[in-house]
Design a protein around this ligand. Structure first.
Ligand code: NAP
Length: 353
């Protein structure tokens, strides 16, 4: 591959995997920043083929976000610079992320990707997949993942402005599985709640009747990411993406309980108290990390701009109730782990919240 249409970081991750079929089905030649060898590329191509995309259009460029020039050799760097679109999804996500990893991978890595985009002569768009809770001001927690995503967001915006890079930023809500199949490679967040409910280990409802846990289907997000670049109007835009019609959490859990044939909890407990209980040991019994409750809130997000873009692109949002049912069925059927070892070993990885 001497020239490409799209350069993707995080292509081996949860969201990145769903993006690749979208791009390759448009005939785009895609290079993925890849940590690993030819076996990983072969696995990724097979995954793309199995998910309706064109694996033969995917190539891997060996590198690392944490290295100067993304660790790309001169030849690969030249290939990456032929891209018209750069999608930056790569990030280190985990609790207890070491500050130096957060800085090198998430913050400086994002700067490196922006520099690469700035040096690509045919560049039409850099798409940054940022964080969902950015609208809540300042530093949320002592969570280095969140802080590094906030820092990365600000630095990419500044750098893109200085270097004249056409930037589109997407802030996805908590991402769950595919809206048709429920398939996911991510087993924290929503899966934590579904698992606790399924095991009869969710005795309380975190939050009141007006709390919610917004869902976002991974396939819808991938479609939004790839197609938003078709609109000139999305240059400079920031889009909060989540399914606004997601019902309050008690209703959502009732739906899932019905689907799985288990009892739904009735007792409401404030989120802070529920988190305290989990931190004091209940986390082990429920299998629910306290941090998973970071997604349960009364917050609303400015989704109108994303809705306008979706309407302009004829994107149909999945019904969040159907999505909750379908994803829960997949999780239970696959015992809350990825079925066949494809992709990253994600089972047991905790949500960065
Ligand atoms: N999942 C969500 O609910 C959610 C919500 C809001 C925002 N986001 C953002 O969406 C993006 C993608 O998230 P995801 O859920 O797809 O994450 P994921 O499944 O953890 O994937 C992370 C990706 O980043 C790559 N990566 C990590 N460290 C790297 C490094 N040093 N050099 C090169 N690549 C590296 C991983 O490569 P390997 O396969 O080699 O590890 C993988 O491809 C992230 O920026 C995340 O912050 C996610």
């Amino acid at each position: 591959m001497s020239s490409i249409d799209a350069f993707v970081t995080g292509g081996t991750g949860f969201i990145g995997r769903w993006l690749l079929p979208e791009l390759t089905n448009e005939g785009q030649r895609v290079a993925v920043l890849l940590r690993g060898d030819a076996r990983r590329l072969a696995e990724l191509r097979a995954w793309v083929d199995a998910h309706g995309g064109r694996g033969e259009l995917v190539d891997g460029l060996t590198g690392d976000l944490a290295s100067p020039d993304l660790g790309l050799g001169a030849g690969d760097l030249a290939v990456a610079r032929t891209a018209r679109k750069v999608f930056h999804l790569g990030a280190a996500m985990s609790f207890g992320l070491a500050p130096e990893v957060a800085e090198e991978v998430n913050v400086k890595g994002s700067e490196r990707v922006t520099e690469l985009a700035a040096s690509a002569p045919r560049l039409e768009r850099l798409v940054l997949v940022s964080g969902f809770q950015h609208r809540r001001s300042g530093r949320l927690t002592a969570n280095r993942y969140h802080d590094s995503k906030l820092d990365a967001d600000a630095r990419v915006r500044d750098l893109a402005q200085t270097r004249g890079v056409p930037l589109t930023t997407v802030h996805p809500g908590p991402v769950v599985g595919d809206s048709s199949t429920g398939e996911t490679t991510q087993f924290w967040g929503w899966p934590n709640l579904v698992r606790a409910l399924h095991r009869g280990r969710l005795p309380i409802l975190p939050g009141g009747a007006d709390h919610w846990f917004p869902l976002l289907a991974v396939d819808y997000l991938a479609r939004f990411l790839s197609r938003a670049t078709q609109l000139d109007s999305t240059v400079g835009g920031q889009y909060w993406l989540l399914h606004e019609a997601t019902p309050p959490l008690p209703e959502l859990l009732n739906v899932v309980a019905d689907e799985l044939g288990v009892r739904a909890p009735r007792l409401h407990v404030p989120v802070s108290l529920a988190a305290l209980g989990l931190r004091s040991g209940l986390s082990r019994w429920t299998g629910l990390p306290a941090e998973a409750l970071a997604f349960v809130s009364r917050d609303r997000f400015p989704v109108t701009d994303a809705q306008h873009v979706a309407a302009a692109l004829d994107l149909i949002e999945p019904d969040p109730i159907d999505l909750a049912r379908i994803t829960a069925r997949f999780l239970v059927a696959h015992e809350f782990q990825y079925p066949d070892g494809h992709g990253r070993p994600v089972g047991g990885v905790l949500s960065p919240g």
